[in-house]
Design a protein around this ligand. Structure first.
Ligand code: DLZ
Length: 162
């Protein structure tokens, strides 16, 4: 396993398929950019480490996590990507809107999976505080952007397997 894939939550899971024939969209929220930028970069590096070609990865930013659903829909409608990785971070203490934003984006991304029939990956952190976010964006709990990328690869390969 390449070093970029260390510290994943499912290190004993199935092998990561080759991603060289697949294309990916990454839609990331600029809110909490220190965190989401690290997750975005982790996702990108993990796609590349598993064979994806740079020209087959499209990255777009949206202002906040609430906009991830529409940004991801735009990605699916305007490109031919095989999967869309949605990256955001909503920190509990910072907003009374926490529950609304988390619920909206979770439901929105779930709906996109059903409507478009391609994987839309939920790479949204919902930590209690900044430290928990740092720990999951390249810190002691790894980088959840890496995990989102591997989920995307596995789900595209799953579709390919039928
Ligand atoms: C408004 C807001 C707040 C208070 N907190 C966050 C957050 O922690 N993480 C995040 O991604 N976005 C946050 N936003 C912005 C909303 O997602 C959205 O961009 C705005 O409400 C505009 O629709």
């Amino acid at each position: 396993m390449s070093s970029v894939n260390n510290n994943l939550s499912w290190t004993k899971g199935s092998a990561i398929p080759d991603a060289s024939e697949y294309s990916f969209g990454i839609v990331w929220a600029e809110w909490n950019e220190d965190i989401t930028g690290a997750m975005r970069d982790g996702a990108y590096k993990t796609l590349i480490a598993n064979g994806a070609k740079p020209e087959n990865i499209i990255t777009k930013a949206v202002p906040g996590s609430f906009e991830l659903t529409l940004g991801a829909q735009m990605m699916a409608e305007n490109t031919d990507v095989d999967a869309v990785i949605c990256i955001g971070c909503v920190i509990q203490g910072e907003t009374k809107h926490f529950d609304f934003i988390c619920s909206a984006v979770a439901h929105g991304i779930t709906d996109l999976n059903r409507e478009f029939g391609i994987p839309f990956v939920f790479g949204v952190l919902t930590p209690d505080n900044q430290q928990q976010a740092i720990d999951r964006a390249g810190g002691k709990h790894g980088n959840k952007g890496d995990e989102a990328a591997i989920t995307a690869i596995k789900m595209v390969a799953l579709e390919d397997s039928f």
